[in-house]
Design a protein around this ligand. Structure first.
Ligand code: GAR
Length: 211
């Protein structure tokens, strides 16, 4: 089983979905460490409840991004992590960190990339009038919210949506998509052709349509 470290900054509902999947029989990954850049967040309590080791590395204790990331990396290495999953980790990472974890660092982003990188994706999707919105799991590259897309889930945008109702629908999709993608990636069933990720033909669908 691949050893996974999860990076969080808050609520940790995606972490919970990954913890739940790790508890299923034959799951190809285990979560060995949950690391937060913020103390006292709900995600740390979720990890503790699941019996998973936690660490807090407060980014404000460091002079710059890279020294923060060196401390994060040291903690991940001590836990002998194979793969790192950003799950609501609200820090932009440097080229150093991306290179250090090349093709071993995953992120979930609340939009159908390459649409709506960055923050406030749900209100921007509503303002743009898109009829489908969703989430993406991708390998992290130096440009924020760019990198080989492992899987995407689409949800409808409904006439009465506000940012909150749309975010809640997307979040449900996130909770299905992230474990699906991580299981396949950890099992070596998604391969890179250049910067394009391709799942083997027996893989379960990595396009989820959810309504
Ligand atoms: C999720 O919607 C995730 O996609 C988003 O933050 C939320 C975290 O929720 N991530 C980003 O916006 C990354 N830039 P969670 O803590 O309950 O998983």
């Amino acid at each position: 089983r691949k050893r996974v470290g999860v990076l969080i900054s808050g609520r940790g509902s995606n972490l919970q979905a990954l913890l739940d999947a790790a508890g299923e029989p034959d799951c190809p990954f285990e979560i060995v460490l949950v690391l937060s850049n913020k103390p006292d967040v709900q995600g740390l309590a979720r990890a503790a409840a699941a019996g998973v080791a936690t660490a807090v590395v407060p980014h404000r204790d460091f002079a710059d991004r890279e020294s923060f990331e060196r401390a994060v990396t040291e903690t991940l290495e001590t836990a002998q992590v194979d793969l790192v999953c950003q799950a609501g980790f609200m820090r932009v990472v440097t080229g150093w960190f991306v290179a250090r974890w090349h093709n071993r660092l995953l992120n979930i982003h609340p939009s159908l990339l390459p649409a709506f990188p960055g923050l406030d994706t749900h209100s921007r999707a509503l303002a743009a009038g898109v009829k489908l919105h969703g989430c993406s799991v991708h390998l992290v590259r130096e440009t924020v919210d760019e990198g080989p897309i492992l899987g995407q889930a689409a949800v409808p945008v409904l006439p009465d949506d506000d940012a909150e109702s749309l975010a809640a629908r997307v979040l449900q999709a996130e909770h299905r998509l992230y474990p699906t993608c991580l299981k396949l990636y950890a099992a070596g069933r998604i391969r890179l052709q250049g910067e394009t990720a391709r799942a083997d033909s027996a893989a379960e669908p990595l396009q989820l349509m959810i309504n």
